[in-house]
Design a protein around this ligand. Sequence first.
Ligand code: ATP
Ligand code: MG
Length: 918
Amino acid sequence: MRRSAAPSQCQGNSAKKPRFIPPGKNNTICLKKENEQLVPEMKLTEVEEKQQSSSGHIRALSRICGLNINSAQAVESLGEINCMEKCNGENEHKAAGMKRVNIPKADLMLKPTPEIARHKEEEDECDYLAKYFSVVWCKASKKKHKKWEGDAVLIAKGKSVILKDMEGKDIGRGTGYKSKDLESLGEGQTLIIGGKEIEVMGIISAEEFNSGKCFQNDVGTSSIVPTASSQCSLKPFCCPLKNLCNPSTKQNLLKDSQNYKPRHDPDASNSLVMPRPTPDHQRIFNKAGIPVVDVVVDPYLVNHLRPHQKEGIVFLYECVMGMRLSGRFGAILADEMGLGKTLQCISLVWTLLHQGLYGCKPIIKKALIVTPGSLVKNWKKEFQKWLGSERIKVFTVDQDNKVEEFINSPLYSVLIISYEMVLRSLDQIQAIEFNLLICDEGHRLKNSSIKTTSALISLPCEKRIILTGTPIQNDLQEFYALIEFVNPGILGSLSTYRKIYEEPVIRSREPSATKEEKELGEKRAAELTRLTGLFILRRTQEIINKFLPPKKETILFCRPTVLQLGLYRKLLRSRVVRSCLQGVLENSPHLICIGALKKLCNHPCLLFKAIKEKESNPTCDECEESNLYEGLRDIFPEDYTFTTFTETDSGKLQVLAKLLETICELSPSERIVLVSHYTQTLNILQDLCKHYGYSYTRLDGHTPISQRQQIVDSFNNKFCSTFIFLLSSKAGGVGLNLIGASHLILYDIDWNPATDIQAMARVWRDGQKHTVHIYRLLTTGSIEEKIYQRQISKQGLSGAVIDLSKTSEHIRFSTEELRNLFILHEDSNCVTHDLLECNCMGKKDHQYPSPEKLSVYTGCQHGQYQEKADAKKSLSMSQLMQWKHFSGQHQTLDPFLERIKKHISFIFQNVTNPATPT
Ligand SMILES: Nc1ncnc2c1ncn2[C@@H]1O[C@H](COP(=O)(O)OP(=O)(O)OP(=O)(O)O)[C@@H](O)[C@H]1O
Ligand SMILES: [Mg+2]
């Protein structure tokens, strides 16, 4: 919308303009002469600014009509009129009643239009195309000089109009105009809508309306002007002197050019030169006309950078310099895990600390990096790895190293601190002037009401970067919170965002959405993608695969033991499970049942322990759990105790023991990461290590943060003799590098595939030299197979598309799903294979070439993102068919599998990057 529509600029000119007011006889609020002929024949209605009540009515109406229009304020506009007409007579009456409630006094003086006539008109509306106008509005009055109260968007269709404020809220509605008058409505004309008078400032194209762009001016996005560099592809920088600003004289120019030299040679081969500022940028940030100097990334770093990392650094640089969006300095780097977000940031920090595009003055003086506790030391290590310990001194905050030390020492320019410590040291941090803020694993800022987020928001630093490997756009509100953090106000207020983007997008995805709503939702999503794509970058893992060694992934289906089968059957016959299936009980007892079955799959002794605990400490709150355990004790041998644990009681543990033995024998120099989601299970795995005399180390939620990096470092050291790294996926799943190991065993399975994928990515990452072997253990025919099927049918076999924070508690199960979950398939070698309806008879010992790789994409968000998610969905189970697979009886050529297959009923295997030399 043109800025000339601003009320202040329009005051007073309305009187001169020809005005258009709909015809009618009784509109007493209309203005003298013109109004006499321009009152609408039909009823005028107004939706008051007190939108809450009216939106409630609209929702009520939608329920009455059996249509779900609750979240579609932006679409409901004209669509609503149409939908009302489709409702039965009684509902129409209620609908009309609803509108009458909101008619302001002045309108009550109008002669109410017979409902039938109105609906007749509305039926005809479908024949017209909607037209959109930018307008200014004020309360209707007789005053000659209008005092416009605000900008608005007017939608005219057929004989009806709707007025929306710049937050997308309806602030007026009217019907009964002459359609030909509305058709010819143009700049300068005025119109009465209920108690409001508007003046048309300009015409808005359907495209502008549908994308929501027309609402952007007044919602904090007026400065969203993609700058030239964000629109064009990068070009190598050639002449640093070409764009010198205001050189006063030739001599000055010469002198300046000698003083202001790039720190590194921009013309060297392989140099990475940052884009130069546009004239606009120079006008704003270089008023003094200081010479523009090339900013060139240190060649010491560039030599190590992958192509996608170079692009990422340029992107981050442009964002924080306000070169992609005028007046905005934030960015989100959402590359998938392992792509080296840390190195990209280190390169940026190093560059900004020592170089400046205007006269070499460093762009930043101090940078703050906030990260999960377990990664604080890792950041420091990465700084040292890429820059050495001499070039830069970074300060990490912990119990012994306080922020004061950073403040008092001139040595440090980078402060690395955990999210937890930020809160504890907030006062000191606020006292430091940071010019760059980087939040690693920043998806935790998605909740703006938590203290850490508000503490970080309170920092005055404008240049803000969020790093996250976890998809962020699944939830549009969380997405908003992250964007608000890096570029505050860019999407307007939350309520505006909801109206303009979230509601239409959500609405368009509902099954009952009309064609119009679908189109509008898609357009709004596309616009949101376009807008946010200017400062969000996401690349997928496929781009790094070619740099990594082969990865052999094997799914081992382990037969349950006799004890496990007996307990499993008993659990499934329990009253609690049966009630779950009938949907009788409240308080989600199915979660307790699922928990018990999962424990049993890991080891019966975990269940035994739970039974004992319940017996000794029964609480009424958890009586369902006690009920579930009823009679289970009898199935355990008489003399069973928690400490008499043996591997022969658990199918998976038997296989694990054999697997460890085989790796130890066949690849004695290689090491193993052994992952479980549960501390108690880790205890069992630790007992196994002790029993067989394997050296091990352990990292779980109880490991002090200060020790974590040290544990990781010494394990990764090539001289380390520790054979097994016991890892709790919850404590260390994210961000850790465990490339010291080339085998990773996932002992149990999580509902959320992202958790497992995150864990598996700890060893198959940059720096890994060996072929990586990943083993996933599943108990045949049990709930674990069901969870696995759910994982792959939901998201395919690769990539993390589900939010890490989602656990089984967030998953809703239909009774049908629960029924399926609570079946034990005792006679199958592999239910997952049965489901594939493959006719290989359990020996498909070759691997098909992997299906076409999903393309790498940049600039995430809904459009592309959805496409990608859908593509993965369709691959899902059928992708598994392309893996090698064979039953446990089948002869394999794999020496590992040959040795361990005794307790294995079925195997799936897949190799990624088979051609890469190790
Ligand atoms: N260009 C490179 N060459 C060699 N190793 C690299 C390169 N870039 C990054 N690495 C290494 O790859 C590993 C993964 O990098 P990093 O931890 O930054 O990944 P990330 O993108 O932050 O992943 P996550 O989302 O899992 O935290 C690190 O050990 C890092 O040192
Ligand atoms: Mg990381």
